[in-house]
Design a protein around this ligand. Structure first.
Ligand SMILES: *Cc1c(COP(=O)(O)O)cnc(C)c1O
Length: 360
């Protein structure tokens, strides 16, 4: 097993001991026990609070990619149109995924080091008339946070589209009001801010979205349909992961105990410290402006005197694990993940000190 003294990978993050304890329980079958459904209901309520929503919450097995697929497959039939608002790899990925099962997709593209502009999205949406509009709150590979979700949500209403938002790596570390933004399907993963293993996914689903989901009637493994009546009905599409459900409960209660505002502040402070220390040691921030940086992850250019494998190797040799990148950002941009259990100024300081040593 590989574990590092200082873990600052942008997911999966380090799982705190208090959460790990959930896996020591030896539960009976989740299908058969009322106790499991009570736990499921409790997690739904806690998630609604976290997301500021009255929408239904569906909690499924599998990490976040499973619900990115679910959101698309459950709302689009072959030939139907999705507009993917993109300022990064995940934004763009929605279009590739939709095309893979025969839907039509256009990308409303913005530079990876920037954020979407609502007016351009409005023009594109009015011209293209998509059935679904997708957006990403935190573009983890770019280290940016999209502030205009409320406006894009309004645009979705104007053109009668379902609004799907990937907030996998932001919620819990950054403020997001699902209902104020008009998010019909919201997507949250377990291995980022929630600090679980990549075991569960959480979706918020509006009544407008349920209507479309019923009409599309997709019936594959990732389908939301079988979850609509859980926990009122005790008959799930597959056996659920009770340990993971317990771990989620511990995590959500930890956030509530800390207070959501305090958790956002902790993320903001860790992010600021990371950017400030990076600037001091001559690292160049990848996002165009500090105002669009995510509080959960910071992206810097790989310093010129190193290749990424050399830099990464030197850091790992000193016990620091950080994130590289993908696609066009591979080898050029690296990332420090300060989300969930890793949103900790002492840990970030320790990690940035290692980077300083290696740069010298
Ligand atoms: C992590 C993440 C996902 C899920 O992808 P995996 O890397 O496969 O876990 C989806 N969207 C965003 C924005 C993410 O950060």
């Amino acid at each position: 097993m590989e574990s590092y003294r200082i873990g600052l990978i942008p997911g999966p993050v380090s799982v705190p001991e208090e959460i790990r304890k959930a896996w020591l329980n030896d539960y009976a079958s989740s299908d058969l026990e009322d106790e499991f459904f009570t736990l499921y209901r409790d997690n739904q309520a806690l998630t609604q609070k976290l997301l500021h929503t009255k929408n239904d919450i569906v909690i499924t097995s599998g990490e976040a990619m499973s619900i990115l697929w679910a959101a698309l497959k459950c709302t689009l039939k072959a030939g139907e149109k999705v507009l993917a608002v993109s300022s990064g790899l995940f934004g763009e990925g929605f279009a590739d995924m939709a095309r893979a099962f025969g839907a039509e997709a256009e990308i409303c593209a913005f530079p990876y080091d920037g954020i979407p502009e609502a007016e351009k999205v409005r023009e594109h949406a009015k011209r293209y008339r998509p059935k679904v509009i997708t957006a990403v709150h935190c573009e983890t590979p770019s280290g940016t946070l999209t502030p205009c979700l409320e406006e894009i949500g309004r645009i979705a209403r104007e053109v009668g589209a379902i609004f799907v938002v990937d907030f996998v790596s932001s919620v819990g570390g950054a403020e997001l009001d699902v209902d104020a933004c008009g998010i019909d399907i919201g997507l949250l993963g377990s291995q980022k801010v929630l600090s679980l293993t990549p075991c569960l996914s959480v979706s918020s689903i509006s009544s407008r979205a349920w209507e479309v989901i019923a009409d599309v009637n997709y019936s594959g493994y990732e389908s939301y349909l079988g979850w609509k009546k859980i926990p009122a009905e005790h008959y799930m599409p597959y056996t659920h992961d009770w340990q993971a459900m317990k771990a989620l409960n511990i995590s959500l209660n930890m956030i509530m105990r800390e207070g959501m505002e305090a958790a956002f502040k902790r993320h903001d402070m860790a992010a600021r410290l990371c950017r400030d220390m990076g600037r001091e040691m001559g690292l160049k921030l990848y996002p165009k402006s500090e105002n669009i940086c995510s509080p959960t992850v910071t992206a810097f250019y790989v310093p010129e005197k190193f290749t990424w494998p050399e830099f990464d190797g030197a850091l790992r040799a000193k016990g620091l694990a950080i994130g590289g990148n993908y696609g066009s950002l591979a080898g050029k941009v690296f990332r420090i993940g300060h989300m969930g259990s890793q949103a900790d100024c002492d840990l970030v300081r320790e990690g940035m000190n290692v980077i300083r040593e290696v740069l010298q």
